[in-house]
Design a protein around this ligand. Structure first.
Ligand code: ADP
Length: 446
């Protein structure tokens, strides 16, 4: 096992990783920008190194500074967390070239899944159902019109290099298609430096359901069930739950089996998430995330595994040591993402935290780097706390969630807690009756 791990991230996820390392007896190194000198991850790590000024591009995205920090601290491995460099195949490659272990999949697999077109092609060949659409990028309008005619309108134009919902446009008719393609391509070019786009059938009422997989370097693969992440605003997840209110055991087993078989065929190892849209009983692959996800705790709560610990173990070459039959799901878990934002306009509201008290008690977990007097800096994303609640069933989970949300004290800050309180009081949500468009309508109606 590693003796020392460098955590190339900040905020709650840096704490999450530090905690797993500490429990495993691994020494930790935090890196931080000058804006994060007083951050909790710096305090809780065994060592810390400043890697640059506040702007992420000069610090948390500064590959040279991070590799230098790993060298001078004698770290053996680097955990990238989520966001920042976590899905940067070049970074993963450089980590390995410099003699460190990258706690994550191989650079080749990150690259394969990072391009949506090669990813879709690879998983389709490995037996995973995909959204009907173009085979690869569309070259010109003529080809796009032909594909759209075959799959039927509305169609979605997506960027090969897409992320965060950018470079996506819907075309309802053949007349709308040429302009939608030009706009998607231009947006993708400016956001990702790659204007390549492809076409997909636009699904009008799907749920977003993703399968968590875990694989070691010896060909052992398990799935840890699904998460329902349909509650999104502008393609950003707001609340996630496991299991999905829409799936039964048989459907879970079947899609889990398909996912594991594909992962084995592709030769992927470490954690990964296969994201699907689910509509009228059918699954359609949309993308694979080759990293730990923000919403991973709901999976941990229902299957009793520490996913960060498992990532570290498999990265060190340790076999899983258990099989699918050993994975037992228990109860229901929901995560609320609490952001430092105005709960109505969603405008970021960084600033100083006054009095602070986190919810607690049976079945309540708070992953957060907040403390009283902490100044939430304006330079990074606005996620300040994740409330994860577990109950023996969905009903108990909802009652506990309502209770826990009411306990938060985050004085002098605007947060999205009131949004969550309204959301979980809504009958559609209580009945589990929602799709990916539901939250947007809920927010706009208010
Ligand atoms: P990104 O990487 O930009 O987040 P995804 O492919 O994961 O892009 O899609 C993001 C979101 O866009 C999905 O969660 C879903 O809400 C919506 N979406 C993607 N593909 C489709 C589709 N074919 N039909 C309808 N909605 C889609």
């Amino acid at each position: 096992m590693f003796e020392k791990v460098l955590v190339a991230n900040r905020g709650e996820i840096a704490l999450r990783i530090l905690r797993a390392c500490r429990e495993m007896g691994i020494q930790t190194v935090a890196v931080h920008s000058t804006a994060d000198e007083d951050a909790m991850h710096v305090r809780l790590a065994d060592e810390s190194i400043c890697i640059g000024p506040p702007a992420a591009k000069d610090s948390y995205l500064n590959i040279q500074a991070i590799l230098t920090a790993a060298t001078i601290s004698n770290s053996e491995a680097i955990h990238p967390g989520y966001g920042f460099l976590s899905e940067n195949a070049d970074f993963a490659g450089m980590v390995v070239e410099h003699g460190f272990t990258f706690i994550g999949p191989s650079p080749e697999h990150i690259r394969l899944m990072g391009d949506k077109i090669t990813a879709k092609d690879a998983v389709a060949k490995a037996g995973i159902p995909v959204v009907p659409g173009s085979d690869g990028p569309v070259k010109d309008e003529k080809e796009a019109l032909k594909v759209a005619d075959t799959i039927g309108y509305p169609v979605l134009i997506k960027a090969a290099a897409g992320g965060g919902g950018r470079g996506m446009k819907v075309a309802n008719t053949a007349e709308e298609l040429p302009n939608a393609i030009r706009m998607a391509s231009a947006e993708a070019e400016s956001a990702f430096g790659n204007g390549e786009v492809y076409l997909e059938k636009y699904l009008d009422h799907p749920r977003h359901i993703e399968i968590q997989i875990l694989a070691d370097m010896h060909g052992n693969v398990v799935h840890l069930g699904e998460r329902d992440c349909s509650l999104q605003r502008r393609h950003q997840k707001i609340l996630e739950e496991a299991p999905s209110p829409a799936l039964n055991h048989n459907q879970r087993d079947e899609i889990g089996r398909i996912a594991c078989a594909a992962i084995k065929k592709i030769g992927y190892h470490n954690v990964g998430t296969i994201e699907f849209l689910y509509e009228d009983g059918n699954f359609y692959f949309i993308e694979m995330n080759t990293r730990l996800q923000v919403e991973h705790p709901v999976t941990e709560m229902i299957c009793g595994l520490d996913l960060v610990r498992e990532m570290i173990r498999v990265s060190a070459g340790t076999p899983l040591g258990y099989t699918q039959d050993d994975i037992k799901f228990s109860g229901h878990a929901i995560e609320c993402r609490i952001n430092a934002e105005n709960p109505e306009t969603f405008a970021p509201r960084p600033g100083r935290v006054g009095d602070y008290h986190a919810p607690g008690g049976l079945g309540v977990r708070v992953d957060s780097a907040l403390y009283s007097g902490y100044k939430v800096p304006p330079h990074y994303d606005s996620l300040i706390s994740k409330l994860i609640v577990h109950g023996s069933n969905r009903n108990e989970c909802l009652m506990r969630l309502r209770r826990a949300l009411g306990e938060y004290v985050i004085d002098e800050m605007e947060t999205t807690i009131p949004l969550h309180q309204r959301l979980i009081a809504n009958p559609d949500f209580v009945n589990g009756d929602y799709d990916i468009h539901w939250l947007e309508k809920f927010v706009n109606k208010e």
